[in-house]
Write a protein that binds this ligand. Structure first.
Ligand code: ZN
Length: 107
């Protein structure tokens, strides 16, 4: 078990974040038969940094406007016979978020 601070992490009491798992994953295909979607709460996170603004493969640092918890949002787009979209949303620790904040954006 990783070391935890005594006070509960803000996301555990946050209305928005408590509906998000530490790791969220969604997968969509063009046919739409078995599509999954990220929880609606993911849409309410603010984009703090957009590392790949011109790419269809997104990499964004997002933050909850409610409690300030950071998330890393990643999407992958595959066009094979059919188009496939994958989305990943990962809750970050403060240290991890700082690392991303200090990272220069791609130009
Ligand atoms: Zn929150």
């Amino acid at each position: 078990m990783p070391h935890r601070a005594k006070s509960a992490a803000p996301h555990t009491t946050c209305e928005l974040c408590s509906s998000l798992l530490d790791e969220e994953y969604a997968f969509q295909t063009y046919s739409g038969t078995n599509n999954t979607y990220l929880p609606a709460a993911a849409e309410h996170l603010n984009v703090v940094r957009d590392f790949n603004p011109t790419s269809s493969r997104k990499l964004q640092l997002r933050q909850c406007s409610n409690c300030g918890t950071y998330y890393l949002y990643r999407s992958d787009y595959e066009y094979l016979a059919v188009s496939e979209d994958e989305e990943f949303l990962t809750r970050l620790t403060e240290e991890q978020a700082v690392e991303h904040l200090n990272r220069p954006a791609e130009v």
